[in-house]
Design a protein around this ligand. Sequence first.
Ligand SMILES: Nc1nc2c(ncn2[C@@H]2O[C@H](COP(=O)(O)OP(=O)(O)OP(=O)(O)O)[C@@H](O)[C@H]2O)c(=O)[nH]1
Ligand SMILES: [Mg+2]
Length: 296
Amino acid sequence: MHIPDLKIDDGMSAAVRRGRPLVFLATYNERSNIGALLDAILDLPIHCDVLVIDDNSPDGTGDVVAERAAADPRVGLVVRPQRLGIGSAHRLGWLHARRFGYSRIVTMDADFSHHPSDIPRLLHALDEGADVALGSRFTPGGKLDYQGWRLFLSRAANWLARKALRLPLMEYTNSFRAVRLDKLPLGLIENTANNGYGFFLTETVRMARQGLRIVEVPIHFRDRNAGRSKMPKFQIVLGAANLFYLVFNRQTFKADEVLGDALGDARFECGRCGKPYVITMRSNVRKCLFCMRASG
Ligand SMILES: Nc1nc2c(ncn2[C@@H]2O[C@H](COP(=O)(O)OP(=O)(O)OP(=O)(O)O)[C@@H](O)[C@H]2O)c(=O)[nH]1
Ligand SMILES: [Mg+2]
């Protein structure tokens, strides 16, 4: 499968992009969901573009998206060499949205747990003045279809996060969100160190501590439509450690410490894989969000 690199200069004007939200999907083995999901997103009454970052799924998810991308300019695809983690895929999605000049991003799972029909409500919350609209399972009106152990785990994790972090939010770990990129300092999200599922808690906390206007929009979270869960059990332990870290590390984010210019300068091409997705981490290490290696 040949996948052409996405070009910033692809003929679409920055003004068009600024007006359209970018819906971002991370995928790993979602072949049974991705076609119908793209249909549902692109059939919405709002005009949006879609970016899929696939980690070279063995089930051929990337092939399905590549075919769609070839036929529809609203669909973009980045295929990374191997499975590199949901959090690192999201960080790359955010960086990509910035570089391409979008002013709003919507992030969601690609297994129909998050339903595209909720996207307009999230975007509406931004229109009403929010900087961040969190799709929330735990705010009044929200619903979560998990049962047994997973229901307990999800409820307990979000309750604990609220108490330990002393933040007024009910939802911390769900990836269904709409955000105004123009209200977020460059690097606030791209520069987090989480490559796994802990990314979403860190993202919420960073946005809240930045003083952004966050509203919770109730959503109905369904069990995945098809395919298998990807969440390894050790992510639960990592999640608890991450919460502990965030409670005690209250260092505020300083935009000028990181990234400098993250907007498509050739200097940000990776010395190893050649892709333009290098950022400078807080530790001053240059890291490529495409191949996830230190970039010389
Ligand atoms: N690119 C990329 N996507 C991933 C990776 N791991 C998971 N995903 C995607 O991230 C989204 C959420 O993952 P899920 O497996 O649904 O995780 P989950 O929602 O915690 O688990 P279930 O409730 O069982 O579905 C899905 O669209 C996955 O395909 C990864 O390592 N790389
Ligand atoms: Mg899921």
